[in-house]
Design a protein around this ligand. Structure first.
Ligand SMILES: *[C@@H]1O[C@H](CO)[C@@H](O)[C@H](O)[C@H]1NC(C)=O
Ligand SMILES: *[C@@H]1O[C@H](CO)[C@@H](O)[C@H](O)[C@H]1NC(C)=O
Ligand SMILES: *[C@@H]1O[C@H](CO)[C@@H](O)[C@H](O)[C@H]1NC(C)=O
Length: 952
């Protein structure tokens, strides 16, 4: 009975049970829903049952156990739930059993599987099975394929798996398996594929791996494996893919690795502690497609054979200590897609041959010692999207041919020795979003053509020798984040047209020779949160608009002719000469890094004062004064600050795992497997500050340590020492969402649609909890991708909550604005009043970014201008194009997330929904609603206007 690939949409009729002679039933790929009828147990002759790819949502009926003649049972890709009935143990003829992609739960009991001695293929992956993998699995000696991946199995891998001598493929990845890999496993001489990644496995990879003589694919990434790779891996002659990234492996790679593995095409060693040089014969088979060894301590040069690998697709070797010359490293690789050499000490020149690698999409060579000129041949790379060459020793002109890179959206050539003009042709880069040419020796005028970019959001031309007028045309740019023209020799008055940059957040024209007055119209730049006019020849009154009343006086420093009512400036009607009295109380406000906005000046200072009071004598080893000893409240026992100092070797760089809005974060392993993240807030700048009350500060932190929610990172405690404040948090395995979403690593494909939706849901619940269930309510203030950490299973955990509040006691002050630009609610620029609606906005930006796979800045600005302009922008085109469009069930959820996110990012704070509303709306019940139109036809306009009709 074969009805596969139809559109049957009913449930399976129980009358099927009357067909007692049926031997073969195939209903694969229909729209069947509801239960598998228990009458199926009457089909005693059934040998072949295929119900895959339907919407069956019951549990598996125990009557199925009567069908003892079944040899083929395929129920994959339904919504089956519940535990496996024990009666299935009667299926002692079963040969292939496939239950993958369901919601099945419970343990796999030994008695269930012991009789399946004929089974050759057992596929239980992508369910919610839990408990140990039973040792009885070793009885199924005919197994060729064993897939238990992506469940919740725990415990160790039973050594009995070593009995499965015919095993060809073993997938145990994506569970919570721990302990070492059993020695018996290494004796599986027929095994070709071993997937162990995403577990908690420990131990070493032993020399016995050489017994796996058929091994083609070995993937054990993201575990806790340690030790060196055994020399015997060089003898795996069939090896195609070897992947052990994100472990604790060390030592050097066996010198002859690759010599006897001519098919080696994928090698992923990133994010370990490997040292030494890459083996010279790594790619001697010329089959290499991917070389990912970033984030280690490798030195030496890239293997010479790389040049001959015509199939090469990806070379990721960033963040090591490579020193060799790259001049001849690359040949012509038609499939080469990405090259990441960032942050090494590579020397040599950029080879013109890279211009022949026609698939190249990302070329990142920043922070090396690469010299010579930028080859004009790079202009031929018609697919290039990112060209990042900053912080090298490049010289010569910027080739005009770069203007041909039609898909380029990021161009960073800063911190080199480039000379000559800025080529006008760059304005042909219509997709460009970031242009950074700062810190070079560029001369000449700013070409008026630069006003033509259609998508540019960040422009940094600072620290060059540019002169002449600032072209008024720059006012036509869609800039959002940054316009930095500082430290050049620009002269003449500021063009009034710059006031058209109403979405600009940071404007820096300091250290030039600008004259005339600051146009009154600049008050219209309502998004500004950072301004610097200092060290020019500006005169006259500063604009009277609201935003200018909050600008700190040092933004005007060094302009003797400026006057105004701002504290520190000479009032315009004063007779007391021109001297500026800039209050020492204020610190330099302007942004010091390109991502992070400055936090509270006075309040940072306040903390400083507080920490100074508690500061100890400069002793060599840290000692805690009593009230500031690192207290751990709650169920985690106690540990001392000294333990953290030891574990991080006094906050050595190598333990640095990130830099957030408010400081650096270190990973500290505290013995007995306990790992914590320590945030170090450096508050060593000095100033005169009002006192704050230590006791209330400590109480504040205590409140934060009591915040408990499954989507919020626990704060264990704090301590202050030597002008630094340390906050100790729970450690999250996978690091920040930003890293995962944009990682150069292999993980990006893992973030499928349903995972992304779950992350957004979890985040919504976390923020709603802070707003509604905490007393007093907590406004996070800095919801960004960096502050969302991911655990195993991609469970999101919000971090850094409350830090902003700790650091700003006086929120009526301009300087207390906290947050990261691109995520900050627009009203913060002028009201300075931080409300929970600011978090709602940031949440919306983050949710959109998760769905789009890139920052939604451009979308938001075009939506804020007009809805009709986007009339035909389709949802499907907006979504992250690295993934395939979401399938049926996910599509409705994705549409619902985007709808909510658009509501959250409305310019008018009042009309944004509350976080509570959002969390409820996104909760699973609603997101499972059916789509009202075919997915491919849904427009953004429709989603955005849907929210317009709603009254939150
Ligand atoms: C099943 O399909 C038929 C024919 O296309 C349609 O009329 C009916 O509404 C569908 N039923 C359900 C429950 O979707
Ligand atoms: C199973 O699907 C049917 C039909 O679509 C639905 O009515 C029922 O509520 C679902 N049951 C469960 C437990 O989800
Ligand atoms: C612009 O570039 C300069 C030099 O590279 C850098 O110091 C500065 O921080 C950048 N501006 C901003 C606001 O990021």
């Amino acid at each position: 009975f074969d009805l596969q690939n139809n559109s049957l949409n009913s449930s399976i009729p129980s009358e099927l049970g009357f067909c007692t002679n049926l031997t073969h039933l195939d209903l694969n790929a229909n729209h069947l829903e509801g239960k598998i009828p228990s009458s199926i147990g009457q089909l005693r002759e059934l040998r072949y049952l295929d119900l895959r790819n339907n919407f069956l949502n019951s549990s598996i009926p125990s009557e199925l156990g009567f069908c003892t003649n079944l040899t083929y049972l395929a129920l994959a890709s339904n919504k089956l739930n519940g535990e496996l009935p024990l009666s299935l143990s009667n299926l002692n003829n079963i040969n292939e059993l496939g239950l993958s992609e369901n919601h099945l739960t419970g343990p796999i009991l030994p008695s269930l599987i012991s009789n399946w001695t004929e089974v050759e293929s057992l596929q239980l992956q992508n369910n919610k099975f839990s408990g140990n993998i039973p040792a009885e699995i070793g009885l199924l000696t005919k197994l060729n394929y064993l897939f238990l991946n992506n469940n919740n199995f725990s415990g160790s891998i039973p050594s009995e798996i070593g009995n499965l001598k015919d095993l060809k493929k073993l997938a145990l990845s994506g569970n919570q398996l721990s302990g070492p890999i059993p020695m018996t496993l290494w004796n599986l001489t027929n095994i070709k594929t071993v997937y162990l990644f995403f577990n908690n496995l420990t131990g070493m990879i032993p020399p016995e791996i050489e017994n796996m003589v058929s091994l083609e694919e070995f993937d054990a990434d993201t575990n806790h494996l340690y030790g060196e790779l055994p020399g015997t891996i060089s003898r795996l002659t069939k090896l195609k893919s070897f992947s052990v990234f994100t472990n604790n492996l060390s030592g050097s790679i066996p010198r002859d690795f690759g010599r006897y593995s001519p098919n080696l095409s994928i090698l992923r060693l990133s994010n370990n502690s490997f040292t030494g040089e890459l083996p010279p014969e790594l790619c001697s088979g010329s089959a290499l497609e991917e070389l990912s060894v970033g984030d280690n301590n490798f030195s030496g040069s890239l293997p010479k054979c790389l040049r001959n690998c015509s199939k090469l697709q990806k070379v990721a070797v960033g963040h090591n200590q490579f020193t060799g010359s790259i001049t001849n490293s690359f040949g012509i690789h038609p499939n080469l897609n990405s090259v990441f050499l960032s942050n090494n000490q590579f020397v040599g020149e950029i080879s013109p041959e890279l211009g022949e690698c026609e698939s190249l999409n990302r070329l990142l060579m920043d922070r090396n010692k690469i010299s010579g000129q930028i080859p004009p041949e790079l202009g031929k790379l018609s697919k290039l999207a990112e060209l990042i060459l900053d912080s090298n020793d490049l010289s010569g002109y910027i080739p005009a041919q770069l203007g041909n890179l039609g898909l380029l959206y990021k161009l960073n050539l800063s911190k080199n020795h480039l000379t000559g003009d800025i080529p006008k042709s760059l304005s042909d880069l219509t997709k460009l979003e970031l242009l950074d040419l700062s810190e070079n020796n560029l001369i000449g005028n700013i070409p008026i053509e630069l006003g033509k970019f259609e998508k540019l959001s960040t422009l940094n031309l600072s620290h060059n020798n540019l002169f002449g007028q600032i072209p008024p045309d720059l006012g036509n740019l869609p800039l959002q984040y940054l316009l930095d023209l500082s430290s050049n020799s620009l002269s003449e008055p500021l063009p009034a047209d710059l006031a058209k940059l109403i979405r600009l957040e940071i404007l820096n024209v300091s250290h030039n020779h600008l004259s005339g007055s600051i146009p009154e119209t600049f008050s219209k730049m309502v998004s500004l949160v950072g301004i610097d006019f200092s060290y020019n020849n500006l005169t006259g009154p500063i604009p009277t608009g609201a935003i200018f009343r909050k600008v700190p006086a040092n933004a005007f420093l060094g302009n003797d002719g400026l006057c105004g009512d701002t504290e520190g400036l000479t009032p315009c009607n004063s007779n007391h000469g021109k001297s500026n009295k800039i209050s020492k109380v204020l610190l330099a406000l302007l942004v010091s890094s390109c991502v992070i906005l400055v936090i509270a000046t006075t309040s940072t200072a306040a903390v400083l004062k507080f920490s100074r009071k508690s500061k100890l004598k400069e002793t060599e080893s840290p000692r805690m004064s009593e009230s500031f000893d690192l207290g751990i409240w709650g169920r985690y026992g106690k540990f001392t600050f000294g333990a953290i100092v030891n574990a991080t070797e006094n906050f050595d760089e190598k333990y640095l795992i990130g830099k957030g809005g408010f400081g650096s974060v270190y990973k500290a392993m505290l013995g007995r497997g306990k790992v914590v993240a320590v945030k170090k807030l450096n508050i060593s700048d000095s100033s005169d500050i009002p006192k704050i009350n230590c006791q209330s500060f400590e109480n504040e932190i205590r409140t934060l340590t009591e915040v408990r929610h499954r989507n919020i990172i626990n704060l264990y405690g704090f301590c202050s020492w030597r002008d630094c404040l340390y906050l100790v948090y729970e450690y999250a395995e996978r690091g920040s969402l930003r890293k995962v979403l944009y990682g150069t690593e292999e993980r990006e494909a893992e973030l499928g649609w349903s995972t992304r939706v779950k992350i957004v849901q979890g985040l919504a619940h976390a923020i709603a909890y802070l707003h509604n269930d905490c007393s007093p309510p907590i406004v996070h203030r800095d919801v960004t991708l960096n502050n969302i950490l991911l655990e195993k299973g991609f469970v999101p955990r919000l971090s850094d909550f409350g830090t902003a509040r700790l650091l700003s006691t006086d929120s009526s002050n301009w300087t207390s604005v906290a947050g990261s630009y691109g995520y900050m609610a627009p009203e913060l620029a002028f009201t300075m009043r931080v409300t929970d609606k600011c978090d709602v906005y940031s949440f919306g930006v983050v949710a959109l970014e998760i769905m789009m796979g890139r920052h939604p800045g451009e979308l938001l600005s075009s939506l804020s201008v007009s809805l009709t302009e986007n009339a035909e922008l389709l949802l499907k085109d907006l979504l992250d194009q690295r993934l395939r469009p979401p399938p049926g069930q996910s599509a409705a959820a994705v549409a619902s997330v985007v709808t909510m996110a658009l509501a959250c990012t409305r310019t008018n704070a009042e009309s944004r929904p509350t976080m509570d509303f959002v969390a409820k709306e996104l909760s699973s019940a609603r997101t499972q609603a059916k789509l009202s139109a075919p997915f491919g036809m849904i427009t953004i306009n429709k989603l955005a206007s849907f929210q317009n009709q709603k009254n939150f």
